[in-house]
Design a protein around this ligand. Sequence first.
Ligand code: AQP
Length: 338
Amino acid sequence: MTENSFTPRVFSGVKPSGGLQLGNYLGAIKRWVDMQGKMETIYCVVDLHAITVWQDPAELKNGTREIAAGMLAAGIDPTQSILFNQSQVAAHAELGWIFNCVARVGWMNRMTQFKDKAGTNAEQVSLGLYAYPSLMAADILLYHGTHVPVGDDQKQHVELTRDIATKFNHDFKTDFFPLTEPVIEGPAMRIMNLREGTKKMSKSGESDMERINMTDDADLIAKKFKKAKTDPEPLPETIDGLAERPEARNLVDIYAALDDKTPEAVIAEYAGAGWGKFKPALADLAVAKLSPISTEMARLMNDPAEIDRILGDGAEKARAIAEPILQKTYDIVGLLRS
Ligand code: AQP
């Protein structure tokens, strides 16, 4: 079997480490919806990844439901995609262990997200946070995922997934695992923090004012864009004029992604406009696009049993694909089962 003979299959996930933010939506979930119906699609709330940093157990379950509600409200359709939470399919952790034994410590030491998250406190963070990328490789390869739509921050982890598949295939003289392609395209690949244009927007960023949450109401969205850091210049005549203006570029990218346009088209429309014109237009657009999603999220969250049912059904379908791949992996590795 060659790399190209695997059935195209999309896998991607979001971790319930806080509420969904605009970067998760534009960089990932909105694109997942676009891929539905074109290929087999598997989407996951990756709760085992969330616990690599402390999560309050009482809040984690609800946070998991909230991420699922956000995916459903944004258009993930459980009759077209498999939607489940990771911890309901034990095979993720099992394959993750095997990949811990394939991945090299030197590879993990190069992971920039670990360095960013651990900061100067690397001795004190969990071993899980360090091993996170090999669990992510297991998430993908457990389904022989061929395409992984992610934001730019996850590119290095998908490349590591390819390294793990390559080493596994080489060590065991097989071609069992595909070499997965990261799918990173469009204007929203790295939505930046509204207060610091060189730092990405994150669920767990310190200040709520630095991100747009998918549950923010219209007033709060308008306030956050109004207070977003910018420079004093108006918008330029061409996109090249944004090269050294990260905050301005970010707001243009957000506008483009929300309106399904290119950043060039946004600049063509707003060339010469000041922030007094552009920021309210951006806020109106964001409210128009996000409020139907937040309203639907709130409706879904009123019926947690229904969300649990959808995730349970999805987990059953996921297990049906994952289990034979895990069993075959055990056979390849030589693990005895009676
Ligand atoms: N700022 C972003 N711009 C574009 N895409 C983004 N993603 C996250 N932030 C941005 C994409 O969202 C998907 C899910 O991400 P995740 O929840 O698995 O983890 P993350 O990338 O670490 O997201 P956060 O919001 O920054 O979470 P915390 O603060 O808990 O670490 C991924 O495809 C990611 O690329």
